[in-house]
Design a protein around this ligand. Structure first.
Ligand SMILES: NC(=O)c1ccc[n+]([C@@H]2O[C@H](COP(=O)([O-])OP(=O)(O)OC[C@H]3O[C@@H](n4cnc5c(N)ncnc54)[C@H](OP(=O)(O)O)[C@@H]3O)[C@@H](O)[C@H]2O)c1
Length: 378
């Protein structure tokens, strides 16, 4: 199936689940709200749109009408370029929409924080509850485990006067959060942590594909890092989007770390085994041995990050208390694999190799065989 058709089908499947039992978590038939999604047609946005539709809400999109235009063609769309200086994009919006009131606004914006403050100023008094997708990168220090939402955020430069002022990702997100806190109290901020789904951030970039699920799918002899107290932590998009709708329905405000609880790497491996159900022989290899052989944490071996200490240990109890339900990891992995198979039906992503002059991330199967051979013979 072509990847676009897959996205379409996946969208239709989610709409169908409006009558599925999990809909009861956020089902609002009879109490339908007006929802404006700023963005909505990239990587995470479509899942948010689907979840609100499945819960019976009325969704309108706001974007430039450039990305994934085949998605949600039945939904009203406000064409607006948020990167225009002096609020020109927002000011050019059709009057009908400019004077509308939105019960819920969801903003996935990750570029200039000025675009966030511009929206909040132009639409002041015209929305009930503003939701913003943020990241754990807003925390200043990741040097201890179990960081909670009240920990200090990144020190900030002066808030930009123009869209054009450039900052690194973590600062852009922290500035955007600051703009939100200063301009409204009815907000919910979701600090997410590493996401992959059946969609990926860049469908044409093999580096965006999920390494571990793909490796386990291939089966055979594979290496697994054996590291004391090794945990991993990621955000599941389905669980996040259900939580967003839940917060919208229950008017839950504030900032939340949203991810799985810190998860023993061995449990992640169990989920990979269940999701891929293919015969494999695993070689649990000591971390020091992997490093000696060039298989370095994180950049080469994903989801292994010894430093800083808090990297895979964010505290998500506040979100759980507010209603976050993380679905079984095996379901997330299955979604990731379905997306991978739709984009690469011939399983042709060659991690760690040079492909058309481009070095792909992680490590190759040849490197893996070499390290396993050495480990077995040591
Ligand atoms: N990937 C991760 O692991 C990870 C981790 C933590 C947090 N996050 C956060 O998750 C969020 C995900 O965002 P997403 O890209 O998936 O959102 P999305 O809403 O799915 O896609 C981005 C949308 O923005 C629109 N857009 C782009 N430029 C625009 C402009 N100038 N004016 C108006 N609209 C514009 C695009 O449509 P048009 O091009 O048609 O305008 C598109 O619909 C980001 O904030 C990111 O920081 C990601």
């Amino acid at each position: 199936m072509h990847k676009r058709d897959f996205i379409k089908t996946a969208g239709a499947a989610s709409l169908f689940t409006a009558v599925h039992p999990w809909g009861s978590f956020g089902m609002q038939i009879g109490n339908s709200k007006k929802v404006l999604i700023l963005g909505g047609r990239g990587f995470l946005g479509p899942s948010i749109v689907e979840e609100f539709l499945a819960s019976g809400h009325q969704v309108t999109l706001l974007n430039r009408g450039k990305t994934n235009t085949h998605l949600f063609t039945d939904l009203p769309i406000i064409i607006c370029d948020r990167e225009k200086e002096n609020k020109q994009g927002f000011n050019a919006i059709n009057k009908k929409y400019k004077n509308s009131y939105w019960d819920i606004v969801v903003d996935t914006w990750q570029k200039s924080p000025k675009a966030v403050s511009d929206f909040l100023e132009v639409f002041k008094g015209q929305f009930g509850h503003y939701h913003y997708i943020s990241t754990v990168s807003v925390y200043d220090k990741w040097d201890k485990k179990f960081i909670v939402e009240s920990e200090p955020l990144n020190p900030l430069p002066k808030f930009p006067k123009t869209i054009g002022e450039a900052f690194r990702y973590a600062i852009r997100k922290t500035l955007a959060e600051e703009a939100i806190r200063e301009r409204t109290s009815n907000y919910t901020i979701y600090r997410s942590h590493g996401m992959k789904d059946f969609r990926v951030t860049r469908p044409d970039d093999p580096n965006a594909e999920p390494f571990w699920p793909v490796r386990f799918l291939r089966g055979g002899e594979l290496l697994v890092p054996r590291i004391p107290d090794h945990h991993m932590q990621v955000t599941d998009i389905k669980s996040l989007t259900r939580f967003i709708v839940h917060c919208a329905n229950s008017a839950s405000y504030g900032a939340f770390n949203v991810a799985y609880d810190p998860t023993p790497f061995k449990d992640f491996i169990s989920s990979l085994i269940h999701a891929t159900a293919r015969t494999k022989t695993m070689h649990w290899i000591d971390g020091d041995f992997l490093i000696e052989n060039g298989l370095l944490p994180y950049k080469i071996v994903p989801l292994w990050k010894p430093t800083p200490a808090g990297s895979y240990y964010f505290n998500v109890q506040k979100a759980i208390g507010a209603g976050l339900v993380n679905r079984p990891m095996v379901d997330m992995i299955t979604d990731q694999l379905n997306g991978y198979k739709s984009r690469h039906p011939h399983d042709d992503v060659r991690f760690g190799e040079m492909v058309e002059g481009k070095q792909l991330k992680y490590y190759s199967m040849a490197k893996e065989r070499e390290v396993i051979k050495k480990w077995v013979a040591r």
